[in-house]
Design a protein around this ligand. Structure first.
Ligand SMILES: [Zn+2]
Length: 449
């Protein structure tokens, strides 16, 4: 367990912002600046709906914001494949074994169409309902075929005995390829013609410094071509602030069961030594949390967004993490629905912070009202810390950092004049405690000037 204290500062931001999803002006969130944050505390923060961008940690106002953002995570221990995920791995295998020429193979083309249904960048072209129907029809035909085969062999045709046990992600990822490990954090998948090296680069390491320029080049190309960013907005400084700055201060190995130092990593994908994609990942106490992903758009046909998520699930399992967090899930945003295909996945209820499996009834609930809570009304937040103002004035509150001293709220009130505390300021403390919950309010220091 890391020993250092987490220190955050409240950021006053009451105005709604432009929303990147619905393009309206109704995005509302609360935020703190993470001066220092342990990956253990950050794990607890994301479990309460927070998320970071650089050193800024924010939490959407789930009852007010235009596009409510639910924390979504996948259970990597019990992960199972969708048809399009299998197709993504199949296509990568083809590419590594046969090279680019195989693009003309009609079977490969049909596989690309299959995987497109899950791809957030392509979802606009595909009617998902129609795909679902086709999938069902396809699986029905396959079931019938299997039954005939078993009958011809004189085997029983009972439901449940037809299938072989599903293959694990470890088996599927290296199927038809050779997996070799160069060191603790690098492995290579080699095919007959090409090789893909996947390396976890710890931010702040020598390897990070060595590879920054080529990584930034891939980022620039991606932002300009996929997000239509102005080339002036994707300078190295901005890239660093967005994807390298972080509040973690781990020094050396943490004694965590993964055997790795926790904190921020860039997972670099090299096809025959050329950097083609980067996954930005936080390694936390119980999970790997995906921060961002960018790739060289020349390799768009490899469906790298889905491929990297599958690799990240594989990495989570390899280092014995229980969960893989896929950022936020916005039900009203069709581009995000691909996240539900990583099964089994769960959403955090914005009121109780209980995890609920993504079922049809949860989707129906969100179809009716995207702001609705997910767990039953009677399930309460077990860590709630909703304080009336008079209790705060009487010494119940968060841990604080004041004049370079770590103080309990009660000690802090003895140092400052209670009367000097303005009501607006008290309300911020009240809101902070409510959003953090009891445990985090007393684990993390709130910076007070
Ligand atoms: Zn919106």
């Amino acid at each position: 367990m890391s020993k250092y204290l987490s220190i955050v500062e409240w950021v006053i931001d009451n105005d709604p912002h432009c929303c990147g999803y619905c393009k309206g002006k109704g995005s509302l969130s609360d935020g703190v600046w993470g001066h220092v944050l342990s990956p253990y505390d950050y794990q607890d923060l994301i479990d309460r709906g927070w998320r970071r961008s650089g050193k800024y940690i924010y939490k959407p106002q789930m009852d007010k914001t235009c596009c409510p953002q639910f924390t979504i995570r996948c259970d990597v221990e019990n992960h199972h494949f969708s048809k399009s995920h299998k197709a993504t791995l199949y296509y990568m295998r083809k590419r590594l074994n046969h090279g680019q020429d195989n693009m003309t193979d009609s079977k490969v083309k049909s596989e690309i169409i299959t995987r497109m249904a899950d791809d957030p960048n392509n979802s606009k072209n595909i009617d998902l309902e129609q795909r679902k129907r086709e999938d069902l029809e396809g699986s029905e035909k396959a079931r019938h075929k299997r039954q005939l085969r078993r009958i011809s062999k004189g085997l029983p045709v009972h439901k449940g005995v037809l299938r072989d046990p599903p293959k694990l992600i470890e088996q599927r990822l290296e199927e038809g390829l050779k997996l070799t490990r160069k060191n603790e954090t690098t492995f290579t998948l080699t095919g007959a013609k090409n090789a893909m090296e996947i390396e976890l680069v710890c931010i702040g390491s020598e390897r990070d410094l060595e590879t920054q320029d080529e990584s930034h080049e891939v980022y620039k190309k991606y932002q300009v071509s996929i997000h239509n960013d102005d080339p002036d907005d994707v300078a190295k400084k901005q890239w660093k602030r967005f994807l390298l700055d972080n509040p973690f201060r781990e020094k050396g190995k943490s004694g965590h069961s993964s055997g790795l130092k926790l904190g921020l990593y860039h997972c670099q994908y090299r096809l025959n030594d050329k950097l083609i994609a980067v996954g930005v990942l936080d390694f936390l106490s119980e999970s790997i949390s995906s921060v961002y992903f960018y790739y060289d758009t020349e390799y768009e046909s490899l469906n790298l967004g889905t491929y990297s998520a599958l690799v990240e699930i594989y990495i989570s399992r390899f280092y014995r993490f229980e969960w893989y967090y896929m950022g936020y899930y916005i039900h009203s945003c069709k581009k995000m629905r691909y996240k539900r295909n990583f099964r089994p996945s769960y959403l955090a209820c914005p009121k109780s912070f209980e995890w609920l499996p993504i079922t049809k009834s949860i989707c129906d609930l969100l179809d009716k009202d995207s702001h609705s809570r997910l767990s039953d009304e009677n399930i309460k937040d077990r860590r709630s810390f909703d304080l009336p103002l008079n209790l705060i004035l009487n010494g119940v509150g968060p841990k604080v950092l004041y004049m370079r001293q770590v103080l309990s709220w009660q000690e802090y009130l003895l140092l400052v004049e209670k009367e000097a505390l303005e009501e607006d300021d008290l309300k911020i403390v009240q809101r902070y405690c409510s959003l953090m919950g009891r445990d985090l309010s007393t684990a993390i220091c709130l910076y007070r000037s």
